[in-house]
Design a binder for this molecule. Structure first.
Ligand code: ADP
Ligand code: MG
Length: 693
């Protein structure tokens, strides 16, 4: 086998010494292959002179023309304005920094060739600080025969330098040292050009290429590379899934009486969707392999009950269940529900959060280790080393996107001590757009609870400027006087929890002054967990009418009698978060309202988000919109973004490729298994690091 370019160090290239190698390392360029995969972010067309009359705003173009005048303008900033014309139109060159000599040089009648970005100025089209030179009447040679690539840079690296390095790397490139891992058959089926051609082309597109297509990332050479990268990601997930499935898990044959008893106790019967998803879970539990199932369901669709039914089946078979939630408030609420449902059936439920100390902690740990506690509810404190299970067989993880893959794996380890993997049930209330589900969660099976319990009325959402704050306060007053309960959610810039709590405290005081008769509670992240729990209990018991809160109540809190929510500064929140918050109302029979009390004036993004909220309450639609507005990194949560830092692919832009990518990955995996490892090595050199956690 010939030495691949991935084994050739960048220092083999001319002009790369120690210092340059360090700069390149900042861009993750270590080998000659890395340099080849360092693709231009855009291209400039210096191959032709564009008639002024054909220019469009935003173009970068070469133009030629004759100076018709040059003067100093005073305005806001002093500038030199030079007017030029060609037979099709006129254009201004504007200089904010200039010398007297320059002004003199730009004499009326002189011919210039300029390059720059076309802006819309007060005097029509303008170029600020163009590159320019004087030309004679006869000169017509283009500056360049090819499009000029513009590469991502880092401090101390110039375009000229990186272009030279790319040139050298391209000279070395052959189909033998940059192997093609996609077989002809696949390439034909999915219309993918050969790898080497694609790379050559992207560094040097010919001058007649469709620049717009390149800008959109829609050129075959571009999607060939994105396709391969996305395939590598799919393959790593396929591998991860197969690996997890190789382990043994306890086999649970049937639902058992316990789940039946649980149902009989309930004041309602499960929806068809809840039943169906429970059946899907039961099928998984009976395979002898670990279940890896993601349950998606909109806020209020009743995921907790599905988890409880699964838990009942596992407990019935003599094993333990862990229920894990991302916040104490939510864990508390699950604890409350599970205790209420299971203690009457003689099943002990234990409680484990970080703040539990002393005797209570000792007792919980002993109960968990001895198997006396069949069900354990808690936060990530369940991961701690001191927590040892007796026979953990099912881990339920609520609100998945807040936990990273790593934490999920840690819990898995806890069940491993008897050679069995725990089954995993992952529940998310933020519906995941299909694009993301296909790529980020391809290692999981997926169930959707696509039905809300009967009798829910959709929440009426109103967008109101804070100039009408008083009306909103009056509205809260009359709702509470009618016996309804309300939330008042204070938001602030995320980074400062302290400020956020302060804002909530201030708001609570102000509201109490105005609404003297109402009983107002306050809950935020800086309260002790016991204080939080007490206030939530009082709100649930309707002793508190108006709950002023920070976004700590975002996830999972369930108080059906509350039917009005005011969200302050909603423009600062993402769509998923707003949807979560709004999901706290509309859980009971009363018609519910959500008032988005924004601070005027609204920006573009804010406007787009708030009108989405007003128009739809479908979590999946909202999630798609969120993905469009914010991109995948934000949606998956910071913990996971590292994994999804693509080199060339862009999930949003390339989402139409995903169906094909999935097919192609499955084919490669089954028919060309020997190609998988080298492909992973090319795109995810450190993939083992996160697959084997
Ligand atoms: P989420 O899916 O948002 O976690 P929850 O599990 O908190 O939803 O359920 C929301 C509310 O709906 C709870 O009060 C729960 O008791 C109630 N609920 C769940 N399933 C049903 C059902 N089949 N019929 C009526 N109410 C239900
Ligand atoms: Mg929930």
């Amino acid at each position: 086998m010939i030495d691949g370019l991935h084994t050739q160090d960048v220092r083999e290239l001319k002009g790369v010494g120690h210092a340059m190698a360090e700069k390149l390392a900042k861009l993750h360029l270590h080998t000659v292959q890395d340099v080849l995969f360092h693709l231009p972010i855009r291209y400039q067309d210096r191959t032709r002179v564009v008639p002024i009359g054909q220019l469009r705003f935003g173009d970068e173009a070469v133009i030629e023309g004759q100076v018709t005048g040059c003067e100093i303008k005073m305005g806001k900033r002093r500038s030199l304005l030079c007017r030029i014309k060609d037979p099709t139109g006129t254009l201004c060159l504007r200089f904010f920094h200039f010398s007297a000599a320059q002004k003199k040089q730009l004499e009326t009648g002189k011919r210039l060739r300029c390059f720059g970005e076309i802006r819309r100025g007060s005097a029509g089209f303008e170029i600020y600080h163009p590159e320019y030179k004087m030309i004679g009447d006869e000169e017509t040679q283009p500056e360049s025969a090819q499009l000029t690539p513009i590469y991502p840079l880092t401090d101390g690296l110039t375009q000229t330098k990186i272009r030279q390095l790319c040139e050298q790397a391209l000279e070395r490139l052959t189909p033998f040292n940059l192997q093609e891992w996609l077989p002809d058959e696949l390439r034909t089926q999915f219309r993918l050009p050969p790898l080497c051609d694609a790379i050559q082309f992207l560094h040097h597109p010919s001058r007649d290429v469709d620049l717009e297509q390149l800008r959109l990332g829609a050129h075959p050479a571009q999607y060939r590379l994105s396709f391969e990268e996305l395939m590598a990601h799919q393959l790593s997930l396929i591998g991860k899934r197969l690996k997890a499935k190789q382990d043994a898990a306890v086999n649970i044959h049937c639902a058992g009486e316990l789940s039946q008893q649980l149902l009989t106790q309930l004041p309602f019967s499960p929806t068809n969707a809840q039943r169906r998803v429970f059946e899907e879970i039961l099928d998984d539990l009976a395979t002898g392999q670990p279940m890896l199932r993601l349950v998606q369901g909109d806020v209020g669709s009743g995921k907790t009950l599905v988890a409880a039914l699964a838990a009942a089946s596992v407990v019935q078979a003599g094993y333990q269940v862990a229920i894990m939630a991302p916040t104490e408030i939510l864990a508390e609420q699950h604890y409350h529900n599970f205790t209420q449902w299971f203690e009457p059936l003689g099943i002990h439920v234990a409680w484990m959060i970080g703040k539990i100390k002393g005797k209570a902690r000792e007792k919980a740990l002993t109960d968990i280790a001895s198997g006396n506690a069949k069900i354990v509810v808690g936060t990530h404190a369940l991961f701690q080393d001191s927590v040892e299970f007796d026979r953990l067989a099912l881990a339920v993880i609520d609100e998945q996107h807040r936990f990273g893959v790593h934490q999920r794996m840690a819990l898995r380890e806890k069940g491993m001590k008897h050679g069995f993997q725990p089954h995993q049930l992952i529940m998310t209330a933020t519906p995941i757009p299909r694009t993301l589900a296909m790529s980020a969660y391809a290692d999981l099976d997926c169930s959707v609870i696509d039905e809300l319990p009967p009798g829910r009325t959709p929440v009426n959402t109103i967008v109101v400027s804070d100039q009408r704050r008083q009306e909103v306060i009056d509205r809260v007053k009359s709702a509470c006087e009618e016996g309804k309960q309300a939330y008042w959610v204070c938001t602030l810039i995320e980074e400062s929890e302290a400020l956020q709590c302060q804002a909530a405290e201030d708001t609570a005081i102000l509201l109490q002054e105005q609404l003297g008769n109402l009983s107002i509670g306050l809950v935020h992240g800086r309260l002790k967990s016991q204080e939080k729990a007490d206030i939530m209990a009082k709100f649930k018991a309707a002793e508190i009418q108006l709950l002023v809160a920070t976004t700590v109540i975002e996830v999972g809190v369930d108080v059906p009698n509350s039917s009005l929510m005011v969200i302050e500064n909603p423009e600062r929140l993402g769509l998923a978060q707003l949807h979560q918050l709004r999901g706290r109302v509309g859980r009971g029979k009363a018609a519910s309202h959500c008032v988005l009390l924004y601070k005027a004036p609204l920006g573009q993004q804010g406007k787009a988000r708030l009108s989405t909220m007003r128009e739809t309450s479908d979590g999946f639609k909202i999630a798609e919109k969120d993905l469009e507005l914010r991109g995948p990194g934000e949606l998956l949560g910071t913990r996971q973004t590292g994994i999804w830092a693509f080199k060339v692919a862009d999930l949003q832009r390339d989402k139409h490729l995903l169906d094909d990518v999935q097919q192609a990955a499955a084919r490669l995996h089954s028919q060309y298994p020997e190609n998988v490892a080298p492909l992973l090595l090319r795109w995810l050199p450190s993939h083992d690091q996160y697959l084997n956690v």
